[in-house]
Write a protein that binds this ligand. Structure first.
Ligand code: HEM
Ligand SMILES: *[C@@H]1O[C@H](CO)[C@@H](O)[C@H](O)[C@H]1NC(C)=O
Ligand SMILES: *[C@@H]1O[C@H](CO)[C@@H](O)[C@H](O)[C@H]1NC(C)=O
Ligand SMILES: *[C@@H]1O[C@H](CO)[C@@H](O)[C@H](O)[C@H]1NC(C)=O
Ligand SMILES: *[C@@H]1O[C@H](CO)[C@@H](O)[C@H](O)[C@H]1NC(C)=O
Ligand SMILES: CC(=O)N[C@H]1CO[C@H](CO)[C@@H](O)[C@@H]1O
Length: 327
């Protein structure tokens, strides 16, 4: 009995030690020895190309988020479906992801420099950070050493990535499952200060909120009327795009939070952040500024997200091509 309990404790502490060890393996400059130019190659590519495609910054930070929320930050989001498997890419939350080509081009450069060394998961994390910085947004540290996963399942994307229709409880649960708290939820949602959405991601709020042809009462009436008149003119429009932070969708600023208080957050998941006093307090704190405070806090949450369930050491693999597992 006693020895059973003892070996239980021993097992548990071994398990914790392994967890601790694998966490410790993400480190700043992980490639310094084996591919010293790796991070510079990513940064240079981003700096060179972002001016032609600044909207890629939004696409890449969203890709990083989706990657980390399914099986950890392991580039499972990049895998193509196969004849026997529907990958994360084809799940509804991923239908509107962009930027795959950008990642592939960086990976090609890295494979030419040091074959089989730099993971696709690290490429996503680095390129997301560098593109946000290159477009004038916040900087955050990206420790590296992530390994690539070999599994990508559409159903898991659906089960783990919050939907734009998610309520506060669902958001709290899905972030909480990954060790991300309410502060992280508020800060990371702040990425909606840049980028675009398709009408189909929120038109239920405009046209058929509860199934009786109604509007979401939590959405500012004037804003809703404007969207219906000028942007999302029918409930079946799935091609028109809308700036999530109109007028400043290229600028990483606090105006997303200002809009939330005006009931002009685009998604129910945005609006939900004002429904709890805890998150509403964080929002008000951030709005007191300065902007640098938001940047500093956002950086902490991004680093935290970038560590979610990462594979390190000898787990997973270093994919040769980001869209397929090594054969
Ligand atoms: C809190 C839960 C979240 C939900 C429900 C959510 C949902 C969405 C949806 C539905 C879109 C629009 C997709 C489209 O119609 O094209 C979107 C766009 C975007 N999301 Fe989120 N998101 C969440 C959190 C995050 C986080 C944590 C980040 C990054 C840290 C993020 C970054 C972005 C960005 C930058 C865009 C614009 C993408 C582009 O311009 O292509 N989101 N999000
Ligand atoms: C939130 O959404 C979930 C999933 O749709 C639902 O089961 C739950 O009842 C909702 N919670 C609240 C408080 O509305
Ligand atoms: C609203 O949704 C309900 C239930 O899904 C559906 O029966 C109805 O046709 C929809 N109405 C409109 C105007 O789209
Ligand atoms: C958009 O809607 C059209 C018409 O309803 C449909 O044929 C098409 O498959 C939809 N596209 C997407 C990406 O959902
Ligand atoms: C992955 O799928 C995309 C889109 O279908 C395709 O263009 C690409 O060639 C595929 N990549 C690989 C390595 O098979
Ligand atoms: C980016 C991406 O892979 N999009 C895919 C999402 O799913 C649709 C439908 O399954 C595909 O046609 C897209 O290529």
């Amino acid at each position: 009995m006693g020895s059973v309990r003892f070996s239980g404790i021993l097992l548990a502490s071994c398990f914790l030690a392994i967890l601790g060890l694998s966490e410790a393996q993400l480190q700043l400059g992980f490639y310094a020895k084996n591919c010293p130019k790796a991070e510079k190659i990513v940064e240079d590519f981003v700096d060179e190309h972002i001016h032609n495609a600044p909207s890629v910054a939004a696409a890449l930070i969203r890709m990083h988020f989706h990657d980390c929320f399914v099986r950890g930050c392991d580039a499972s989001v990049l895998l193509n479906s196969t004849s026997s498997n529907q990958a994360e890419k084809v799940a509804p939350p991923n239908l509107t992801l962009r930027g795959f080509n950008f990642i592939d081009r960086i990976k090609t450069l890295l494979e030419a420099e040091c074959p089989g060394v730099v993971s696709c998961a690290d490429v996503i994390a680095l390129a997301a950070r560098d593109s946000i910085v290159a477009t004038g947004g916040p900087f955050w540290k990206v420790p590296t050493g992530r390994r690539d996963g070999v599994i990508s399942r559409s159903a898991e994307a659906l089960a783990n990535i919050p939907a734009p229709t998610s309520n506060f409880t669902t958001l709290q649960t899905r972030f909480g499952n990954l060790g991300l708290d309410l502060k992280d939820l508020v800060l990371l949602s702040g990425a909606h200060t840049i980028g675009i959405s398709h009408c189909s991601s929120f038109s239920n709020r405009l046209y058929n909120f509860t199934g009786v042809g109604d509007q979401d009462p939590a959405l500012d009436k004037q804003y809703a009327a404007n969207l219906k008149a000028n942007k999302c003119k029918s409930s079946s429009d799935n091609t028109t795009i809308v700036e999530m932070d109109p007028g400043s969708h290229r600028t990483f600023d606090l105006s997303y939070y200002t809009l939330l208080l005006k009931r002009r957050g685009l998604f129910q998941s945005d609006a939900a952040l004002t429904t709890s006093s805890t998150t509403l307090n964080y929002i008000n704190q951030l709005l007191k500024g300065p902007l640098q405070n938001f940047y500093d806090e956002f950086a902490k949450s991004m680093e935290k997200m970038g560590r979610v369930n990462v594979k390190t050491g000898s787990a997973g693999e270093i994919r040769k091509q980001c869209a397929v597992v090594n054969s």
